[in-house]
Design a protein around this ligand. Structure first.
Ligand code: PXP
Length: 249
């Protein structure tokens, strides 16, 4: 099974907002996340990821609309479970929504969405999105408890948080985290959910990802956008795709 790459273009918008936050209509506003998305697709990305935050710190509603209308692959909208943002998703109808924590109390100790504690709030949102034809993913820590509740909530996908693996500063933590991810990915796959992964994946630690089976898609932002400064975005995406090739999953 080959791994698909979703490129997160948030940081393209971060750079634009750094200069143009007070002049959103300026003809000079750049760089444009849609132009970036097109380059990523041309380089072979299987999808585009964008996170619409409640404070609109990078991606704007207009970006989501333009991405939805113009990309050729699929749009994965990352978002918190707030009424206002859910309304935006239901209006724009991306192919996929990945629910992520918006507020502190929704976060587990490791940083994923705590679907056990948030179950009651998540249930109606998941249903509303699915009824609108949107496939739903939950961004969770790689624990069996979180995976079990995600399965019970009836979502199509989970995205396992790889931040702890990416930031592991001892071999012991790295080994523990690999085990956790392996077990969680297996359990999610056995529960018939698509298994994605994301957060902190870069050109070096991607080798560790090859040690975990069951992944369908990786969602990567920071490493690719950073690398693009030196080699250009198309090459940065192609290099990541090369690093993902021959995945044994
Ligand atoms: N997946 C999710 C759910 C995220 O919140 C993020 C960060 O926005 C990513 C993937 C991408 O993480 P990174 O930018 O570290 O590659």
């Amino acid at each position: 099974m080959s791994l698909r790459l979703g490129v997160n273009v948030d940081h393209v918008a971060t750079l634009r907002q750094a200069r143009y936050v007070t002049m959103p209509e300026s003809k000079n506003a750049e760089p444009d996340p849609l132009v970036a998305a097109r380059v990523c697709e041309r380089a072979g990305a299987g999808g585009i990821v964008a996170h619409l935050r409640a404070d609109r710190r990078h991606i704007q509603d207009r970006d989501i609309e333009r991405l939805r209308q113009n990309i050729m692959t699929k749009l994965n909208l990352e978002m918190g479970n707030t009424e206002e943002i859910v309304d935006v998703a239901l209006r724009i109808k991306p192919e996929e929504v990945c629910l992520v924590p918006e507020k502190r109390e929704e976060v587990t100790t490791e940083g994923g969405l705590d679907v056990i504690a948030q179950r009651k709030e998540l249930e109606p949102t998941i249903k509303r999105l699915q009824v609108a034809g949107i496939r739903v993913s939950l961004f969770i820590d790689p624990t069996l408890e979180q995976v079990d509740v995600a399965a019970e909530l009836g979502v199509e996908m989970v995205e396992l948080h790889t931040g702890r693996l990416a930031n592991a500063f001892t071999e012991k933590i790295q080994k523990e985290e690999l085990e956790q991810l392996r077990a969680a990915a297996r359990a999610a796959s056995e529960s018939h959910m698509q298994v994605n992964a994301g957060h902190g994946i870069n050109y070096k630690n991607i080798a560790l990802i090859h040690q975990i089976r069951d992944f369908s898609e990786l969602n990567i932002g920071h490493a690719i956008i950073s690398r693009a400064m030196w080699v250009g975005l198309e090459t940065a995406v192609k290099e990541m795709l090369r690093a993902m090739a021959n995945y044994p999953g």
